[in-house]
Design a protein around this ligand. Sequence first.
Ligand SMILES: Cc1ncc(C[n+]2csc(CCOP(=O)(O)OP(=O)(O)O)c2C)c(N)n1
Ligand code: SF4
Ligand SMILES: [Mg+2]
Length: 350
Amino acid sequence: MATPTTPTPAPTPKTNRLGLQVLDYRGGKTTLCAGCGHNAISERIIDAMYEMGIQPERVMKLSGIGCSSKSPAYFMNRSHSFNSVHGRMPSVATGALLANRTMRGLGVSGDGDTASIGFGQFAHLMRRNLPLIYIIENNGVYGLTKGQFSATADIGSSLKTGVLNDLPPIDTCLMAIELGATFVARSFSGDKKQLLAMLKAALAHNGTVVLDVISPCVTFNDHEGSTKSYKYMQAHEEAISEAGFVPHFEDISVEYDAGTTYDVEMHDGSHLHLRKMHEDYNPTDRIVAVKALMEANARGEVLTGVFYLEPKKPSFTDLLNMVPEPLATLPQSVTRPSQQVLEEVMESLR
Ligand SMILES: Cc1ncc(C[n+]2csc(CCOP(=O)(O)OP(=O)(O)O)c2C)c(N)n1
Ligand code: SF4
Ligand SMILES: [Mg+2]
């Protein structure tokens, strides 16, 4: 007679500091092409939000129009989401975050949505230092409308049809640094480790984060002649720094050499360690950052890493002295002048 075996208990699912599982951060099934860089970015957002223990309901996902802008549907189903008009995510984000400063803003846009039709909105957003993580899923083309060049396409790169791009590109990181963003970085959708560290650091920042992520479009821009393909990135990616992130809630002390590594204390007390890979790297000096980017662009290299960080600058909501409560839940006694005040105003106008 066989001896009865006791069933092995199911393993307890792993949870984060809020007691949530990674499943709690997932979204709908993607409808993007298999292999699209945007899918890998969604995965890293899920990992970063889970590992940082962010309450999904406290997050607003904002986007414009494009394959990239569709991707918020594929992560964090429990969060709020607003898919705006093409290139208009910044103004929607500004309104929403000013109306409710208890929420975290995560914007997802494309290179067309940001640097072509939305360029004016992007520029004015940068000046304000709104507390928003702005991810540009950069593939150099308008993927959703079948692969025309966008304004980030490199001069001399070609479409699948052989058409050459003869206009110079807009470097969104250079623009963001010049116009006032306080956390500016570039990564590659295929670089899991770097992208995850950057996203976690972005969640610890109070101000505008611009994270330009080269995200190949496998259907329209992954061929020979493209400078946004997987192959091109593997051959031309050059990291300016290596990022290590220690969240404020983990008691880990990291040994690092102050001569080779910058230790930046973030707004929430987390630490970002940036190990220099370039001689003159200094993430707190915007002139150095601009020079490094311009030189790399001239050499045909795609520089990645955290280029510029200013963790102490007041955000737009701090500057405007907004009340901490969401405007929607303020009582009318606070949002409307009383009858007596209105009568006094009328009286003063007689
Ligand atoms: C006002 C307006 N103009 C044009 C379009 C057509 N359109 C839809 S998506 C898109 C470009 C999207 O490119 P990008 O932001 O790079 O996203 P991707 O699809 O490459 O991820 C364009 C031009 C539109 N939807 N609305
Ligand atoms: S068309 Fe390009 S950008 Fe759009 S989902 Fe497919 S691979 Fe991604
Ligand atoms: Mg694009």
